[in-house]
Design a protein around this ligand. Sequence first.
Ligand SMILES: *[C@@H]1O[C@H](CO)[C@@H](O)[C@H](O)[C@H]1NC(C)=O
Ligand SMILES: *[C@@H]1O[C@H](CO)[C@@H](O)[C@H](O)[C@H]1NC(C)=O
Ligand SMILES: *[C@@H]1O[C@H](CO)[C@@H](O)[C@H](O)[C@H]1NC(C)=O
Ligand SMILES: *[C@@H]1O[C@H](CO)[C@@H](O)[C@H](O)[C@H]1NC(C)=O
Ligand SMILES: *[C@@H]1O[C@H](CO)[C@@H](O)[C@H](O)[C@H]1NC(C)=O
Ligand SMILES: *[C@@H]1O[C@H](CO)[C@@H](O)[C@H](O)[C@H]1NC(C)=O
Ligand SMILES: *[C@@H]1O[C@H](CO)[C@@H](O)[C@H](O)[C@H]1NC(C)=O
Ligand SMILES: *[C@@H]1O[C@H](CO)[C@@H](O)[C@H](O)[C@H]1NC(C)=O
Length: 484
Amino acid sequence: MLSTDEEDNSPLIHRAEVRNSLSFVRDWAGCIVATFLIIMGITCIIVISVYKAKVKDEYGIVLDAGSTHTNMFVYKWTVNDVVKGTAVVKEIGECVVKDKDNEVAGISSYVSNPDEAGQSLQSCITSTAEKLIPSYLRNRSPIYLGATAGMRLLKEMDAAAASKILASVRKSLKSSPFMFKDDYARIISGEEEGLSSWITVNYLNGAFNNSQENSVRGSSQIIPLTVGALDMGGASTQITFTSPKAAQPSSKLKLYGTEYQLYTHSYLCYGKKEAEDRFYAQLVKESHSSTKVDNPCGPKGYRQNITLTSLWASPCVKGNTSNRITVTLVGTGNHTLCSKEVSKLFNFTSCGGNSSCSFDGVYQPTIDGKEFFAFSGYNTVIKDLNLTSNASLDQLQAATKNICEKSWDEEVLMPELYDLINTYKPEYLYVNGPHGPDTYWGSCNFFACLYDESPVKGIVLTNDRWCDNGCKCHHGGTFTCIDQ
Ligand SMILES: *[C@@H]1O[C@H](CO)[C@@H](O)[C@H](O)[C@H]1NC(C)=O
Ligand SMILES: *[C@@H]1O[C@H](CO)[C@@H](O)[C@H](O)[C@H]1NC(C)=O
Ligand SMILES: *[C@@H]1O[C@H](CO)[C@@H](O)[C@H](O)[C@H]1NC(C)=O
Ligand SMILES: *[C@@H]1O[C@H](CO)[C@@H](O)[C@H](O)[C@H]1NC(C)=O
Ligand SMILES: *[C@@H]1O[C@H](CO)[C@@H](O)[C@H](O)[C@H]1NC(C)=O
Ligand SMILES: *[C@@H]1O[C@H](CO)[C@@H](O)[C@H](O)[C@H]1NC(C)=O
Ligand SMILES: *[C@@H]1O[C@H](CO)[C@@H](O)[C@H](O)[C@H]1NC(C)=O
Ligand SMILES: *[C@@H]1O[C@H](CO)[C@@H](O)[C@H](O)[C@H]1NC(C)=O
């Protein structure tokens, strides 16, 4: 499906999600730390071989099956849209695959019900692909599915389950009106994924069709100035850049008449979702308490229950199943400690000071001031931090520090509580606690406000469980401790 050395006149099918969302960062390691906070998608571009047809319009469908969701993209081109041997395609439609509960889910999540993995694709086929592609062209329009790290991990853990899911997907695509062969649906390698994101970024950036004005002199030919690609998925993260002097080039790629020597590496278990699971597992393992674990990266006061069985089931977590079923993570909002804990997910000492090494002992040629575009998970983070895509690394770090030190009580809980009182004007406030000292919910200030200023100050009653450091069971409008 993806060829690294395509013959001439091969159309390039790509996914254009990153069109509006490119952002660059120059520092790889610093950035990844900040980005572990948010959800992302995976970029997938697939180079397909040209379908010789007499008709002018050509169509192709690509299903990008990431670890957290599957997206369908429909492309259109004509045989004449070929520039220096590589075709230029247009994305004409997109559809997000939903399961029967109308939720997004990666195909790797269908371990216990593999038949539904294939069925889940049907509605996008009907609602989007069949709508956009004229019926007389359907049987010559190929449909591809590329699965990424979610399925790579599942295959490692449970090869039988992975092949059941692939079989279900193939059955479903075979029954569609589009052109499909079994090898059109497969798990792509991390290297293919890395190369794909590099092509996408440089294609959207216009690097390939702009070679004269914007080029650097290579050893034997003028090669366009390209940017490196940083792509973060749910289960893996890729870095890809041109490196003519790399000791171990990953791939040679010929596009628009130019040959590129690329280095790419896919870090499995460094995608957003898996990194987060590894992080929680590390906190639990380091903790002395068996039920309550401090989470320095969580907003101060924020409580979150995680089930250990599902955490240990994650293929990237090397944990042992214990009797402890749920653990309550309690946010402490300590940015310094948070950074320290997150950096433990990387082994930087394993490189032994070798500059041709990133972390975990992985070979990576020197970057030499190259510009990088970061997208997918990185872009989601930048947006959630309310930064623009041109934000500097300093701004990114400042925003990360700011959000890591937020207090859930002050930012979320108290505003909600005040809103509730002002909107519903309750006569009775009941809390089923206790949850901490009287400072925990800012309840001293809260009660001052409630009884002195609120619209219900003269009538409101509260129960006596708003704190657990002495005032519990003593103060309140009604005494309920008696029934404990
Ligand atoms: C180069 O290709 C991109 C992507 O198709 C397009 O947006 C851009 O206008 C092209 N630039 C030139 C100079 O042809
Ligand atoms: C979390 O688990 C604890 C202990 O099992 C339980 O008391 C608490 O209600 C749970 N909290 C939430 C939000 O589910
Ligand atoms: C499993 O976890 C328990 C409790 O955390 C620990 O005492 C034990 O050594 C662990 N076993 C292994 C094989 O890691
Ligand atoms: C964060 O944690 C470190 C290490 O436990 C501690 O020394 C520091 O005082 C904490 N910072 C804050 C603001 O609580
Ligand atoms: C990091 O890697 C080195 C060399 O592979 C190894 O000796 C060391 O134990 C690793 N450190 C951690 C914290 O895993
Ligand atoms: C650094 O690592 C690369 C690849 O593993 C190796 O070829 C090179 O010799 C190393 N350099 C030094 C200075 O150890
Ligand atoms: C970003 O802006 C929105 C809307 O103004 C706000 O609700 C949100 O809290 C902000 N997020 C951060 C991290 O500042
Ligand atoms: C980013 O671009 C916006 C306009 O698009 C500009 O207002 C802002 O100053 C820029 N920020 C940086 C850090 O360059």
